[in-house]
Design a protein around this ligand. Structure first.
Ligand code: THU
Length: 138
């Protein structure tokens, strides 16, 4: 499917699981880790950050994306997402990933580091609303 080597896949999954240990998830007890690689080869990680006011919580994937954007990076190659049981990215994270490219590869893995699914943002969010729909965009 992608040009990633198994070593590259495993390195990203391991990085996401390493970050996952720092998730702040006292309410759900469902830590999530993400590791994003940009097209320029830079790495960014993210974890879910929960809050006593529950809806204020931020997901791991979006934390990683926002960190990359903060560093000036907008072109992503692959994101690995890890949870204990191989859970998939939520709808909001799919939408945020779609903003920066439908071809971004998404590796979904479990807490033991096993790849559960390799897919793309396009496959996770068919018919996405993207920047191209906004005629006034710069
Ligand atoms: N969560 C993520 O970090 N990413 C997702 O894509 C799904 C859900 C987090 C949010 C919350 O802290 C916990 O998982 C349970 O929903």
């Amino acid at each position: 499917m992608s040009q990633l080597t198994n070593e590259e896949r495993q390195a990203l999954i391991d990085l996401a699981n390493e970050a996952r240990r720092r998730a702040y998830a006292p309410y759900s007890n469902y830590p999530v880790g993400a590791a994003l690689r940009t097209k320029s080869g830079k790495l960014f990680t993210g974890v879910n950050v929960e809050n006593a006011a529950y809806p204020t919580t931020m997901c791991a994937e979006r934390t990683a994306v926002f960190s990359a954007v903060t560093a000036g990076e907008h072109e992503f190659e692959v994101i690995a997402v890890t949870t204990e049981n191989g859970g998939t990215p939520c709808g909001s994270c799919r939408q945020v990933l779609a903003e920066f490219g439908l071809d971004t590869i998404v590796l979904i893995a479990d807490g033991k580091g096993n790849l559960v699914q390799e897919t793309t943002v396009n496959d996770l969010l068919p018919g996405a609303f993207t920047p191209e729909h906004l005629v006034n965009k710069k």
